[in-house]
Design a protein around this ligand. Structure first.
Ligand code: PLP
Length: 454
């Protein structure tokens, strides 16, 4: 199977090349040329599988002939060594907690798999890769953990010393091994500018730099899996399911839409966004306008005024949007509206949802998951028929313990830390400080990584 660029100017590539490339040269996003189909029998057989086995079966559909099944089995087993709980709330409504990975964020699902796939192909090609990333907090720890211990990849993470919390910093600086962390007395934007300059520096071409960014096709495919997982654990014979997905850059919900197009019986996708409501407006009117600058909400990972995966969604519905957000060909809005329902949830509603969910159901949500849950409740209220028997799953994308101040203010207690975040206070930290200038950063890269990158 080949993967084409949504901008249609770059040639289609096999998976391994699209994966190591990230973004297409024409600045489009890679998509599979055909969406593999799963039969109803195959989907119902998933109820017998563990998560990592199910992951290998679903992802294997995209990787036939590209990756031997036994290798994929080994990679998924290594990547998915944590629980994926489905918490019953009431009636037939559930919350799927995607927060049990090493950084207590749903991004672990995609990043860990992408890291392992990259490492496999690098091994095959006898190459090494140096990942550079700038972080204002959570991306750095998800990337660091995803690549930790992989032999063909090293990572350098830049962070602004004054802008990350102690807990965020420790999630990166206590890892060691192939992860190096550099602190700067500057802002996030400065860190990002240094990384960008390194990528475009011809002197550093020999270092095999890569960004492992969030639009990589290697991050999208793993995000189809947990939709099949929820269905396999909860659905009765052939029934359909409704998902609610708290969304920012739309990677998570694109995984769900792909799962539906592969044959998962989905009744509706609820796309819940915060006050950045460019998508609800687009679905209503067919006109798209990004929000610049994006609006600041407490569900901060979803403060996105132009979702980077929107071009993929529009492509899947027959339209074309470029990387700037310009629509060159309209999508099939009628089908999109039949399959997707969307809601914008403001901060007051988000806080109210956290309180009500706890008071009424002892359901503990953090701000992102609360946007998803609120979106689902809005959708259910709009239905004419009785919704008691409707199977619904809302996604929780981060662990509540990552938002202790907000939870404490609303509920009066501190959420317990998940195992992944425990014990971090006592671990030894390692990071270097470098001066705030490109010359020093470049010198650091050359002197430390010239021998590694061949
Ligand atoms: C990144 C993130 C989201 C948004 O996911 P997208 O794939 O960008 O839509 C939601 N919640 C949390 C906690 C996140 O970190």
């Amino acid at each position: 199977m080949l993967f084409y660029s949504t901008n249609q100017q770059s040639p289609p590539l096999p998976f391994s090349q699209a994966l190591l490339q990230g973004q297409a040269p024409d600045r489009g996003l890679y998509m599979p040329e055909a969406i593999p189909a799963l039969s109803a029998e195959e989907i119902s057989s998933f109820s017998q599988l563990e998560y990592h086995q199910l992951a290998a079966r679903v992802m294997g559909k995209f990787l036939e002939g590209e990756l031997p099944p036994q290798i994929l089995d080994a990679l998924t087993k290594d990547a998915y060594d944590f629980e994926v709980p489905l918490e019953h709330v009431h009636e037939r409504q559930y919350v799927m907690r995607l927060d049990q990975g090493p950084t207590a964020s749903f991004k672990d699902f995609a990043a860990r798999m992408m890291g392992r796939l990259m490492n496999h192909y690098l091994e095959e090609q006898n190459r090494n890769l140096l990942i550079l990333t700038a972080t204002s907090g959570d991306t750095g720890s998800a990337i660091s953990h995803a690549f930790l211990g992989l032999e063909r990849i090293k990572a350098v993470v830049l962070f602004p010393i004054d802008e990350v919390t102690a807990r965020q910093r420790k999630q990166m600086t206590t890892l060691g091994q192939n992860i190096k962390v550099l602190g700067l007395d500057g802002k996030f934007d400065t860190c990002q500018a240094l990384v960008k300059q390194a990528f475009s520096d011809p002197d550093l071409q020999g270092l095999n730099l890569s960004s492992a960014n969030s639009i990589n096709i290697g991050r999208l495919i793993p995000q189809t899996v947990y939709y099949f997982w929820a269905y396999s654990r909860l659905a009765g014979n052939g029934e359909s399911i409704t998902f609610s997905v708290p969304s920012g850059n739309f990677g998570d919900m694109m995984g769900g839409i792909l799962a539906m197009k592969m044959g998962l019986p989905v009744q509706k996708f609820v796309i819940a966004v915060n006050e950045n409501d460019e998508f609800p407006k687009y679905l209503e009117t067919g006109q798209y306008e990004k929000i610049e600058p994006s609006r600041n909400c407490i569900s901060s990972a979803m403060n996105v005024g132009h979702p980077s995966n929107l071009a993929r969604l529009i492509d899947l519905y027959g339209g074309r949007m470029d990387e700037k957000g310009i629509l060159h060909k309209p999508a099939d809005m009628e089908t999109m509206r039949r399959e997707i329902w969307t809601a914008s949830v403001n901060d007051a509603q988000t806080r109210e949802t956290i309180k009500k969910a706890w008071e009424n159901h002892r359901l503990l949500l953090e701000p992102h998951g609360a946007v998803g849950w609120a979106g689902l409740q809005q959708y259910l209220r709009k239905q004419d028929s009785n919704t008691r028997d409707m199977l619904c799953v809302s996604l929780e994308t981060a662990h509540p313990a990552k938002f202790p101040e907000e939870i404490n203010r609303l509920l009066g207690f501190d959420p317990e830390l998940p195992p992944a975040l425990q014990g971090i206070e006592e671990k030894e930290e390692h990071y270097e400080k470098i001066p705030l200038e490109y010359g020093a950063f470049k010198e650091y890269l050359v002197s430390n990584y010239q021998a590694f990158s061949h």
